[in-house]
Ligand binder design. Structure first.
Ligand SMILES: [Cu+2]
Length: 532
């Protein structure tokens, strides 16, 4: 049976402070004065009592309505789980949120999921970051019609980390994620467990998203038409775990904060409002070798970062605010800053989450100086070290392309075939910025692209700003955490980024694409083939 959180519990669980939206950091007037459903407590990851050998779950994608604000309920799309086999704690449902459920599994475990499509459109699930065979990976060619089902059956071979899942149907990924379909997939392993990191109520998953709501509390998508599609959708309301105006009660103890940028296109420049440096302990593919500190951390769509946050020195009654700092907006060439018609453009500053510190909790373990062992790929082992496989990201007409191509359902170009087992350098060169791109007519777009490769976890080898605005670059580049395993990496305007990936797990056809979901839906995605 599911670990159901009752509606009443949920209201306590989801962090929502009553009152006006907290956009004080940027001085913006809230888009409306409606009240968020008030709650103050965090989502608690129930410790896993036992880990079953296998887990079998029915997951129904369907429509629902939820109370996000006072007044009218908000229509959403969501996954409804039902456990057929396995322990209840393995599937944690957030019954008051459109997000979820949260999968809690261990490396080596077999996972069976029957996806049932109760939506009016085709859908399919992509398990973001997981190393699984092609038929399990959610390629749009496997999308199922309304009323149909899809059987997933795979083994988790990833190391401990916070992965996630979301729809991936052809040209419909962005709206389906936007209306609510997404959940976390948290993997644990023995190496991680041995560390004794903060767990249970001290282990907080935080999914950051932006949405726009109309006066009927309904989500509004692509109100700015073509501009939203070219730039990416930017909502004017920030939500954490599906709740606007988020605040949570915490104890004066050490916490593990697991952050996912689940937004369609917004980039966050995460920081503590009081200037306390952020301590990162994990990225997309799990724990770093050792903690790293940053004044701020840049988190692009699809990326995850885990923070160590020690509130043990804080006084009861004080608050810590997680904010997004201002950064230079991206010039889209028409004199308009990137953001299209959004009242909260990329680069605006705002509060994300207020943590209200309470009494002292559990004794704090010191932050481990060593977290894990990461085997670094050696560039000398790359089969193409003298001739990296290069991908040029550029505007062609009104669309963003990869090597001048758009997505084609079944085609793989000759330069998109890799051999099973090979270590390769993949180089993404973003020509959108600084006059190097084709632009759209007279316009010269500065556009960041978070590139995601299915089927692998990779390591960032190098970054180089080759053209474009140094100051725009400097506004975010200090917040990259490239020290560990990644599956999504932000390529800034004018930047060239090289990553090292070994295609060692499964032969088959996989995807690589921009995780700005409007770009992806518009075709900024390609197949690549791992030849066995
Ligand atoms: Cu993009």
């Amino acid at each position: 049976m599911n670990q159901n959180i009752t509606r009443r519990d949920f209201i306590k669980l989801m962090g929502l402070g009553a009152g006006t939206l907290t956009l004080s950091a940027c001085g913006l007037i809230p888009p409306n004065s409606r009240f968020a459903v008030p709650t103050t407590a965090p989502v608690i990851l129930t410790p896993l009592a036992s880990v079953p050998v296998s887990l079998a779950v029915d997951l129904t994608a369907g429509r629902a309505t939820l109370p996000i604000f006072s007044g009218a309920e908000t229509p959403v799309w969501r996954y409804q789980p039902s456990v057929r086999e396995g322990s209840a704690e393995s599937i944690q449902e957030l019954s008051g949120s459109y997000l979820g459920p949260i999968f809690r599994v261990k490396t080596g475990q077999r996972i069976q999921v029957r996806l049932k499509n109760d939506l009016p459109d085709p859908t399919i699930i992509h398990w973001h970051g997981l190393l699984i065979p092609e038929e399990m990976d959610g390629h749009p060619r496997y999308a199922i019609a309304p009323g149909a089902s899809y059987e997933y059956d795979f083994q988790v071979i990833n190391r401990a980390g916070m992965y996630w899942f979301h729809p991936h149907p052809h040209q419909l990924t962005a709206p389906q994620v936007y209306y609510g379909l997404a959940g976390l997939f948290i993997v644990s392993d023995d190496e991680e467990i041995a560390l004794g990191l903060p767990a249970g109520e001290y282990d907080l998953p935080l999914v950051i998203q932006d949405r726009t709501f109309d006066s009927q509390n309904e989500m509004v998508y692509l109100a700015n038409g073509m501009m939203d599609s070219m730039i990416g959708f930017l909502g004017d309301t920030i939500l954490v775990n599906g709740a606007p105006n988020a605040s949570m009660d915490v104890r004066a103890s050490a916490y593990r904060l697991r952050l996912l940028n689940g937004s369609n296109s917004r980039i966050y420049k995460l920081a503590w409002q009081d200037g306390t440096p952020l301590t990162a302990i994990a990225t997309d593919g799990g724990l770093l070798e050792k903690p790293v500190t940053r004044d701020y951390i840049t988190l692009a769509p699809g990326e995850r970062v885990e923070l160590w946050a020690d509130f043990s020195g804080r006084t009861s009654g004080s608050e810590m605010s997680l904010v997004s700092l201002p950064f230079s907006g991206f010039d889209n060439g028409g004199g308009m800053m990137m953001g299209g018609g959004s009242s909260l453009p990329n680069g605006a500053s705002f509060d994300i989450l207020i943590l209200k510190i309470g009494e002292k909790g559990e004794d704090v373990i010191p932050l481990p100086s060593r977290l894990s062992t990461i085997e670094r790929h050696d560039v000398k082992d790359a089969v193409n070290q003298n001739n990296p496989r290069s991908f040029t990201l550029a505007m062609q007409g009104m669309v963003h392309t990869i090597n001048n191509r758009l997505f084609e359902m079944d085609s793989v170009a000759r330069d998109e075939i890799v051999r099973l087992g090979d270590l390769e350098i993949w180089e993404f060169a973003n020509l959108e910025g600084g006059g190097g791109g084709m632009g759209m007519g007279m316009m010269n777009m500065e556009m960041p692209h978070p590139m995601h490769i299915h089927g692998v976890q990779f390591q960032v080898l190098s970054r180089q700003l080759t053209q474009g605005s140094e100051s725009t670059y400097q506004g975010l580049s200090g917040g990259f955490v490239d020290d560990g395993w990644k599956d999504t990496v932000l390529i800034m305007p004018g930047e060239k980024v090289q990553v090292l990936a070994r295609f060692e797990n499964y032969a088959g056809t996989f995807l690589y694409h921009c995780h700005n979901l409007e770009h992806e839906d518009a075709g900024m995605m390609r197949n690549y083939k791992v030849q066995g």
